[in-house]
Design a binder for this molecule. Structure first.
Ligand code: NAD
Length: 359
């Protein structure tokens, strides 16, 4: 294992990498006096990831597996109710441990279930998608969607530990890999120009070093989150591409005539649109803008927007959690690798961004 992949110290917990993770978990299980263990999975992670994880777990405690149907449309309070009921029926108590083994849907929902069951039990995240490794499993945001509104219900509560093991990626479909890549690109754009530049030519990107790229992304996210865990300030930087990206994701999720977008696919469009806005607010120059637009367009398929789609997408911005006092706030980039938060943007500029994306 690379020397660099030492565990990362987060806000009251550690993020462990590859074989260090299971060792840390087994040690923790010996020390903490849990009454039983519940592993929350979705259908696919039950089939593909649990067999890689379970044989390495050293414990005499009872282990119960709780499975739910995969997908964003199940990240809701109804699924939580079912899981709270199962936990109750199977003897879950305040000393139970919940392990979330899955993508961002499992870690977001499982973290929320654990944070609220009996006023909070310990939980551990084991992310199995690229997106959840570099983003969702780290930072303490947990929650579920309310109807088509993304992540409207939730709490910030940190896991006991996070175990990142890239062996789970072996079974992850390519489009899901691309989805996770969007958050890695974002980390470069908002924080580290040199890191962004590693992705400029995807054809020569060295996937042998992928573990190191995942590691750098977690470092960047963590560095931002520990300065501002509750998103009063600099954590808003992580919302670059997400203000419009979330509205687009919600719109496509609720609209039967549209294909459902993966989170990262929506965020990639959001980053192009918000880079256009950054350009027109004189925060980046044309060269930077076209580098961002061309790089993202070379990785992600174009999303088709009809004229009548734009207005309802803008209306969804009103529900964005980042709004304060009714004002829509953007995190924009100020040159590649730097961010400017709390930026108001007039509707006309947002409309122009969509027109430019379509052109
Ligand atoms: P996901 O959890 O739905 O996983 C995507 C698909 O991959 C699912 O079908 C899943 O079953 C499957 N899968 C998971 N691991 C696999 C594996 N190893 N092999 C094969 N298939 C596998 O989605 P995601 O992209 O991981 O996460 C998206 C969610 O994360 C969104 O709900 C988003 O809001 C949330 N998110 C949260 C944060 C946060 O800070 N909490 C940050 C970013 C995103």
């Amino acid at each position: 294992m690379s020397k660099k992949l030492v565990s990362i110290i987060a806000n009251n917990y550690l993020v462990h990498f590859n074989e260090n993770g299971i060792k840390a978990l087994n040690t923790h299980l010996k020390e903490a006096k849990y009454s039983n263990i519940f592993i929350i999975v979705d259908t696919y992670t039950n089939e593909l990831c649990l067999p890689k994880f379970l044989p390495n777990l050293e414990t005499d405690l009872t282990i119960e597996i709780i499975e739910f149907e995969p997908g964003e449309h199940n990240k809701n309070i109804e699924t939580c109710i079912q899981i709270w009921n199962v936990l109750t029926e199977l003897g879950g108590d305040r000393k139970s441990l919940i392990i979330n083994l899955g993508g961002g849907v499992v870690t977001d929902l499982g973290g929320f279930v654990a944070s609220t069951f009996k006023r909070g039990v310990d939980f551990i995240n084991i992310p199995t998608t690229l997106l959840s490794m570099v983003d969702a499993s780290v930072g303490g945001k947990t929650g579920v969607d309310l109807g088509n509104l993304k992540n409207q219900i939730g709490v910030i509560n940190v896991p006991k530990m996070v175990l990142i093991d890239s062996q789970y990626l072996d079974t992850l479909p390519k489009n899901e890999m691309r989805s996770g890549l969007a958050e890695m690109l974002k980390h470069g754009l908002i924080f580290d120009k040199g890191y962004w530049e590693k992705f400029l030519d995807m054809k020569i990107l060295d996937f042998i070093d992928f573990d190191e790229l995942i590691y750098r992304s977690v470092e960047i996210k963590n560095e931002i989150v520990i300065q501002d865990p509750t998103e009063k300030n600099i954590r808003k930087a992580l919302n670059f591409g997400h203000t419009l990206g979330h509205a687009i994701e919600s719109y496509f999720l609720e609209n039967e005539n549209k294909k459902t977008l993966l989170h990262g696919e929506a965020i990639a469009v959001g980053m192009i649109l918000e880079s256009y806005i950054s350009l027109h607010k004189n925060l980046i120059n044309e060269l930077e803008y076209f580098q961002i637009k061309n790089t993202l367009k070379s990785i992600y398929d174009d999303i088709i927007f009809e004229d009548e789609d734009i207005e309802p997408i803008l209306e969804l911005l009103i529900h964005d959690k980042k709004n304060e006092y009714g004002n829509i706030q953007f995190a924009l980039i100020e040159g590649i690798g730097k961010i400017k938060i709390n930026q108001s943007v007039e509707n006309e500029l947002i409309l122009n961004a969509f027109l430019d994306y379509k052109s």
